[in-house]
Design a protein around this ligand. Structure first.
Ligand SMILES: O=P(O)(O)OC[C@H]1O[C@](O)(CO)[C@@H](O)[C@@H]1O
Length: 542
């Protein structure tokens, strides 16, 4: 992180920190136009932010001083930028055209990607047209997709978001949690003869996924199937072919992925197999096409026109200068209801770090808490705090313009709520305005003054509005890639490795130790609180 460019942003912050956006809008009738950019089917209106052009330019300079363009190009070229795991970071290779070349260890990874896409295409076609059936010759009707984290969230939210494109004759059920209430509920509704299982685990070591797959295999065998029938029903996506084969997965049923794809960036790989099974391979390819278009935009658009860069530097502005701790995602779209959870992993697992690329501890905040939920539901729940709480929560309002239904009035109401929320957050309402309203309604002066204090809306709460033409496979691919690149840019500014996730490891190790205590297979030394919890659990369950 360059100290001088950081200080320049600090000066801009000092200049603007007490400015109200109401005044910025009043001073400049062109403000909305100036701070709106269109690209890849999106219109990003970021005028309701506490910035002006001068501040934004200094933020762009902060990014370039941190070598944004060079680091971006290094990622796309397959350089080893994940320096704690000594890996290239090539999720963008997963959506490259077949004729492209990206060399990793002298091998063109684009060839491997397209060979795997061809395998997925054939497999999906065989399942859809009934060439490939279950053990009794019946066509598959259901898919149980087992995975967790990046091997679950992407496929789940994409399949959910593209509901109108789903193949009605093949229903995909996602299971992640090791809590058996889920897998047991799902399997209880299914016929093992017509159920395909897709187990997705990059590492093939994830406890939850292995256990859910074992339970599903037991259920399958208990249905009268023989061991050799497993090959007809169990598919696996993994980069650990050895472990997958050891587990008993037929090598022909393994769809490969590679160590240069991070789990949270992997939906474009064979991890997307459940997506392709649900919406068809052609639509899956359109998702890749959309992401490829966003990659091109990210690579070629000047920074001041570049949607991921604009969103990223605004996030830095709020996290590191305004001290905002969280960032809320508000899709005004039922089909995009899972998107905040997806971005939560993408962003928090990528940038939730405190050591920089020079192996030094950093003091500043990296990565906000990402949360959110679908509009308008949140308006009747948590928006209260966004409007009147003593904490500023920058928001992304995401709104597909054309719906997939014909209920015009519903959609107008949805859009009006979305736009009005951004307006209310920005402009607020002064005590004088509120008092006047109350007096006009006949409220006594003293009561009006008292109530106005409680009703006061400070405004000046920042938001982006991201309009998308419609929610289709191409646009969804663009949307996800947009957020991937936003996270990348922020990682560059914060100078962290966005592509490792060491922070999740200790929990896994301790989890296994505690399990051994619960199962009496070992007596690990535990702190008194954890030991007490183990003892109580054992006592009460027996
Ligand atoms: O695909 P795998 O190896 O089962 O991992 C699942 C998820 O677990 C994590 O490693 C975190 O525990 C994520 O990064 C990953 O997406």
């Amino acid at each position: 992180m360059t100290v001088q460019s950081w200080q320049s942003v600090q000066q801009e912050f000092n200049r603007l920190k007490d400015t109200h956006m109401r005044d910025l809008f009043a001073q400049d009738p062109q403000r909305a136009n100036t701070f709106t950019k269109k690209a890849c089917g999106f219109t990003l209106d970021y005028s309701k932010n506490r910035i002006d052009e001068q501040a934004l330019n200094v933020l762009f300079k902060l990014a370039t001083d941190n070598q944004l363009e060079q680091k971006r190009d290094a990622m796309f070229a397959g350089e080893i930028i994940n320096k704690t795991e000594h890996r290239a970071v090539l999720h963008t290779a997963l959506r490259r055209n077949a004729q492209d070349t990206i060399l990793v260890d002298d091998s063109n990874v684009v060839d491997e990607v397209h060979a795997t896409l061809a395998k997925i295409k054939q497999f999906v076609a065989d399942i859809h047209n009934g060439t490939r059936t279950g053990r009794t010759g019946k066509a598959f009707t259901d898919v149980v997709a087992i995975g967790i984290g990046g091997s679950f969230l992407g496929p789940k939210i994409v399949t959910e978001a593209l509901k109108p494109y789903q193949t009605p004759s093949l229903k995909v059920h996602f299971v992640a949690n090791v809590d058996a209430h889920h897998i047991v509920d799902v399997l209880a509704k299914l016929n093992a003869e017509t159920t395909l299982v897709v187990m997705s685990s990059k590492s093939f070591t994830t406890q939850e996924t292995l256990k859910n797959t074992e339970t599903t295999r037991e259920w399958f065998l208990a249905s009268g199937a023989k061991f050799e029938d497993i090959a007809k029903h169990f598919m696996c996506v993994s980069s650990n072919i050895e472990k997958a084969t050891e587990f008993g997965i037929d090598p022909d049923n393994i769809f490969p992925m590679w160590d240069w794809v991070g789990g949270r960036y992997s939906l474009w790989s064979a991890i997307g197999l459940p997506i392709a099974l649900s919406i068809g391979f052609n639509n899956f390819e359109k998702i890749l096409q959309g992401a490829r278009e966003m990659d091109q935009h990210f690579l070629t658009a000047p920074l001041e026109e570049n949607l991921p860069v604009i969103m990223a530097v605004l996030g830095v502005w709020y996290s590191n200068f305004f001290g905002c701790q969280s960032h809320v995602l508000l899709p005004y779209s039922h089909y995009l209801r899972g998107f905040p959870a997806y971005v939560q992993q993408l962003d928090m697992e990528s940038n939730g770090k405190s050591v920089n690329q020079l192996d030094q501890n950093v003091e500043y905040t990296t990565g906000p808490i990402i949360w959110g939920g679908e509009g308008t539901n949140g308006q009747h729940a948590f928006h209260q705090l966004m409007h009147q709480g003593n904490t500023i929560i920058p928001a992304d309002f995401i709104m597909p313009i054309k719906p997939n239904h014909g209920e015009t009035e519903h959609h107008q109401m949805l859009a009006s709520n979305c736009f009005a929320q951004t307006q209310a957050l920005m402009q607020g309402q002064t005590t004088a305005e509120i008092e006047q309203e109350l007096l006009a309604k006949g409220v006594e002066q003293a009561e009006a003054t008292r109530l106005a204090k409680h009703k006061f809306m400070p405004g000046n709460r920042p938001s982006n509005t991201l309009l998308m033409e419609q929610l289709d496979p191409i646009q969804l691919g663009r949307l996800i890639a947009l957020y991937e690149h936003k996270v990348f840019v922020q990682g560059v500014v914060w100078d962290v490795n966005s592509f490792d996730q060491w922070g999740v490891e200790l929990g896994k190790v301790l989890g296994n130790q505690v399990l051994s205590a619960l199962q009496d297979t070992a007596q690990p030394e535990l702190d008194s609180s954890t030991q007490q919890l183990v003892d109580m659990f054992k006592q009460q369950i027996s």
